[in-house]
Design a protein around this ligand. Structure first.
Ligand SMILES: [Mg+2]
Length: 263
């Protein structure tokens, strides 16, 4: 399935000289691992009177409030280095949602969640085939948001280091997507013109819109599984559409394997 913006020349894959990927929910199933990690943490360290499903909903409610606030406050500096302090705070807020004020329990839950999530983290089934195919043909890069420790751990857990010539992690470079400077740094590292770079990502706001803005060609990966934990069973979060009238990616795919015959 392809969607083309009539205002731009059609994407000519023979002009592509470098390929950048986002990591979470583009190459690996982050939200699936997160949901499994949360359920395991709440099963292992239960909260009296609350099922694990109840606690995941409380976590989602706390996350909805805390996540946007994180980057605008003093939490951000520490978050870039390590995911631990904000993960513990997120669990403390989750317990408060459940009416429990227990910072020690928040620490236990945070640790259990981090370990279980990492164990559950896996590449999408077709990701490795695609990377194996692309590696000898193009220099590959990764641009991923998140703390330095967590994102490096993910790259190692998934054995991805050797596939990528350049890996830009928000926590390591000190700023993240969707900032234009992040994309310019990545372009300069490849020594390519913007239109020679293909970017593959799952988030319209963090991947697709800023890559289009930078003049790159874009592939938007949209999968049904790509939704965060839900705070509301009646109205679960949905995969976000591009805003009305916003620039469209060169291509929309449901699976990474759709790129194999094109590149
Ligand atoms: Mg992503």
């Amino acid at each position: 399935m392809g969607v083309t913006d009539p205002a731009r020349p059609a994407l000519d894959f023979s002009k592509v000289r470098a390929v950048y990927f986002d990591l979470d929910d583009t190459l690996c199933a982050y939200w699936d691992a997160s949901k499994l990690g949360l359920r395991t943490a709440f099963d292992t360290h239960p909260v009296p009177g609350q099922s694990s499903e109840d606690m995941v909903r409380h976590w989602a409610a706390a996350f909805r409030d805390f996540a946007p606030y994180l980057k605008q406050t003093g939490w951000y500096e520490g978050y870039l280095i390590s995911g631990q302090p904000t993960r513990i705070e997120q669990m403390r807020l989750t317990l408060l949602e459940a009416g429990v004020d227990d910072p020690d329990h928040a620490e236990r839950l945070s640790e259990a969640y981090m370990v279980s999530r990492d164990l559950a983290l896996a590449l999408f089934p077709d990701a490795l085939d695609l990377l194996e195919y692309l590696k000898p043909k193009y220099p590959l890069g990764m641009i991923t948001n998140g703390p330095a420790d967590i994102q490096r751990q993910e790259v190692e857990t998934l054995h991805l280091t050797d596939y990528f010539k350049h890996i830009f992690i928000e926590g390591e470079v000190g700023e993240g997507k969707p900032l234009a400077s992040v994309f310019e740094r990545a372009r300069a590292a490849m020594d390519c013109q913007p239109h020679e770079i293909l970017y593959v990502g799952n988030s319209y706001d963090h991947d697709i819109a800023p890559a289009i803005q930078a003049g790159w060609r874009t592939v938007w990966v949209r999968r049904e599984s790509d939704v965060p934990p839900s705070a509301d069973l009646e109205n679960p979060p949905r995969h976000k559409d591009a805003p009305e009238g916003a620039p469209q990616p060169d291509l929309v795919i449901g699976e990474l394997s759709e790129l194999l015959p094109l590149l």
